[in-house]
Each structure stands twice: as C-alpha cells, then as structure tokens.
Design a protein around this ligand. Structure first.
Ligand code: KE4
Length: 428
C-alpha cells in the first residue's frame, strides 16, 4: 500500500484545520500514523485517494448500516435536491420520518429532529431538567454522549460525587452538576441515588457502551436502573445514537426489553447525512418549545435531504428478514475472529450486540471503563496497521466499536478473518 496523496493532503489539512481533521478520532492519534483521505465508497468498500481499497468496518462510525452509496438512497437524494435543499419550514418528509421513528420506538410519544447526536443528548438533558426542576445528571464512565459542556466531565476524585471538567473550557460549575459512576455497578448507583435523588434530573447512558469498544449491560443492570429511576421520579434517558436501529430495529430498548423515559437517536436515522433526534413520553416532550417552555431550535433541523436519506434507510431496514440477514453476517464474523484469535494463540476478548462489536487485546473480562482500559492498546495499534495493510479498515482506536453492514458479503468476511489471523500472528 502506498499513501503518498493522503500524506500530502494531511500536511496541507493540518495548516488549515485543527489537527487536519474535522473530528478528533479521525486523526489516528490513538494508533499512530497518518489518516487516510477517502476518495469514494460503495457498499462495504472504501477507496482512498491513493487508489487503495478497504473493506470498511467503521461505516462512518455507525450510520451506514446499509453500506456506502446505497442506490436507493442516492437516487432519492438526487430527486430531493432538485426540489430544493432547505426551506426553514415544515415538510411532509419530517412527518414521515417522525412516524417511522415513533413506530419503531413505542417508548416515545413525540420526537424532535436535530442535526447531530450531541444536539440530541444536550437537548434531552435540558428537557429532563425542565421537566423535573432538578439540576444534577448521572452519566457513566466511558459513555460518550457528544461534546456538550456538561457531558465532558470525569468522575470527581475520591468520594466526591461531583464531576470535574474533562476538557479545558468547561466551567467547574457545569461539571459539578454531572455525577459520573462506573457502568454496571448497581451498589454504587443505588447508594448515590438514595443520597442525591432530590436534585437528580436524569440518568443518561449508552445501554450498550460503544465508546469504550463494546461493553454489554450485565443482567439486571438496566432493569435496576429502570426501577430506581421510576421510584425517585428521575428521567431515564437511553442514548441510542449508536445502538438505535443497530442493535435491533427497535434499538437496545427492544433488545433488552426496557422502556426509557426519553431516547436519543442519530447516525443510522440520517443514513449518512446529519440527523439526530430526541423524544420521549408526551408529558415530558410537551415541555419542548413551542409547545412548552424549554427552548431548543435549529436552522437545518429536519433538513429535507438528510430526512430523505433517513426515510429511505429505515424503509429498507424495516423490511422482513433484514435483521436476520444482518445477524447472520455479524455472527459469522464473530465466529471467524474468535476462532482466528484462538488458533493464533493471542489473548483477546470479543463482545457483540447485534451488528456492533469489539475485539479487546486482554484476557480479562471487560464490563466497564476501568476493565476496558486494561487492554493492551500497543498491540491493538500494531493490529490496526497490520489489518490496514491487508485492506481492512477498522476503527483507529481500541475504545471504539466496529460495525458490519447489509453490504458486507461472505467473501468480505472470509478476507477479513484471514487478514485477522495473519495480523494476530504478526502482533502476538
Ligand atoms: P455526534 O454529535 O457525533 O453526531 O453524536 C455524538 C454521540 C452521542 N452519543 C453516542 C452514543 C455516540 O457514539 C456519539 C458519537 N460517536 C462518535 C464515535 N464513537 C462519533 C465519531 C466522532 O466523534 O467523530
């Protein structure tokens, strides 16, 4: 593989854009080396500016569950663009997408479209605070909900329950309202809520944590969360920006049978264009302006092109057998990767929920942020580059999830498993 044009572009990009990228994780900082600049993509494949081909398991960090440039979506977008790109006025398309979302997520009575996952979670938290009149929020270590100030917070040191900023620019006063707990830890959750519930507006979590790789909820964790938040009038927010329409058509809430009070969506519902959404029970969503007093707005919210891509994506996903087909691909890949690791003798742990998954380079169970952090990131980085040289594009960080799409073929999976076996041997 040669990457001359990517390197040249990266050098130029760094003079114009912070870090040369428009989102930090794309810069390959966690694995070293230079990011690839992509020329085009189709189906399961991505093609960089140097003409190299990759089987893609990043899929734009989740949205492209149908694969790249799906013909139905491309054609629908061409037609939509000819009708105009934005009106700043309501359209029938938004009504159609809202209907598709609410049908798939019966825990939601109403939904508001926004432009990103960050906007969705930021807005949902504001509404939960407005609805309860309380100020504090609980999140879990390692869960990422976008870059709103109050969410860039890490656990306070020692016994203090108050958060401290996890990025410059976040005032301490914001961080103090965010309490961070370890994922899957029921005793600590119960202890904290019993003590602080009077000023806790909401608990927000990724029901399957895709931002530390792929960490599954332990049996009873989501159920306890649901019971204790109901008991104390705390709004339970499922951030399903990544798990929505990914873990199943009805997301993690359908997969695990838990009904949150509010849900945040993104990624898949835009089919690769910028769409986020938040919704919930009608008495909560009636707080949202202009129906209610909690303000939230957006020039391009419900944008006709983005919504068209979302509608076409959900229509295809809602077809009979789609998730059976996706599950068959994901299970085949899982078996291949687990067998390859075993055969190579390297120690790994593999976790999967629907079509999102992660291989950790560790021989210990991974069930939260601290245990995920024990994995060997140096070996992961070598594995990443070894796979890249073999034409397999996985997430450039041990702490990100991998995704498979409807476009990945049996041949793609075979090639991936073979490359993984060779790479495991190379790095062990
Ligand atoms: P966006 O603002 O990036 O659309 O969504 C934020 C967000 C919210 N909630 C969850 C569970 C998410 O995973 C995300 C964004 N995910 C990252 C990948 N781990 C997006 C990639 C990036 O930051 O470039």
């Amino acid at each position: 593989m040669k990457w001359i044009k990517s390197q040249r572009l990266y050098k130029k990009a760094q003079e114009l854009i912070p870090g040369g990228v428009n989102s930090p994780v794309r810069a390959f900082r966690a694995v070293g080396g230079n990011p690839l600049f992509i020329d085009k993509a189709r189906g399961s494949k991505m093609y960089d500016v140097d003409g190299n081909t990759y089987i893609d398991y990043v899929l734009s960090w989740g949205p492209l569950i149908l694969g790249h440039a799906h013909p139905k979506i491309v054609n629908a977008l061409k037609k939509a663009a000819e009708r105009g790109t934005s009106y700043g006025a309501p359209t029938p398309l938004e009504v159609e997408l809202a209907g598709l979302i609410l049908k798939a997520y019966p825990s939601m009575d109403k939904v508001r479209l926004v432009n990103s996952g960050t906007e969705a979670t930021m807005s949902a938290i504001r509404v939960a605070r407005g609805f309860t009149g309380r100020n504090k929020i609980i999140k879990f270590e390692g869960c990422y909900h976008g870059h709103a100030d109050g969410l860039l917070v890490k656990a306070g040191s020692g016994a203090t329950t108050f958060g401290v900023p996890d990025s410059p620019g976040v005032p301490k006063s914001y961080a103090r309202n965010t309490i961070t707990l370890p994922f899957n830890n029921i005793p600590l959750l119960k202890k904290l809520i019993n003590k602080e519930w009077k000023d806790i507006a909401c608990v927000i979590l990724e029901p399957v944590v895709g931002n530390i790789g792929c960490v599954l909820p332990r049996p009873g964790f989501l159920e306890t969360l649901r019971d204790i938040t109901s008991e104390y009038g705390i709004v339970l927010i499922f951030d399903e920006v990544m798990t929505g329409f990914r873990v199943s058509y009805g997301g993690a809430q359908a997969f695990y049978g838990i009904k949150p009070d509010m849900t945040c969506l993104g990624k898949v519902i835009g089919g690769g264009l910028p769409v986020g959404a938040y919704g919930g029970r009608k008495e909560i969503m009636s707080m949202v302006s202009p129906e209610g007093p909690v303000y939230q707005a957006g020039t391009l919210s419900g944008n006709p092109l983005a919504v068209t891509a979302g509608i076409e994506t959900l229509k295809i996903l809602s077809k009979e057998n789609t998730y059976k087909n996706l599950e068959q691909k994901a299970a085949t890949l899982e078996k291949g990767l687990v067998d390859a690791a075993k055969k190579s003798g390297i120690k790994t742990k593999f976790y999967r929920a629907g079509t999102m998954f992660c291989t950790y380079f560790t021989d210990k169970d991974v069930f939260d942020y601290a245990s995920a952090k024990l994995s060997d990131t140096k070996t992961f980085s070598k594995f990443f580059h070894s796979m890249l040289r073999r034409g397999i594009y996985i997430a450039p960080s041990q702490f990100e999830a991998g995704f498979i799409s409807l476009a990945h073929t049996g041949k793609d999976i075979e090639k991936t498993v073979k490359a993984a076996y060779e790479s495991f041997l190379e790095v062990k």
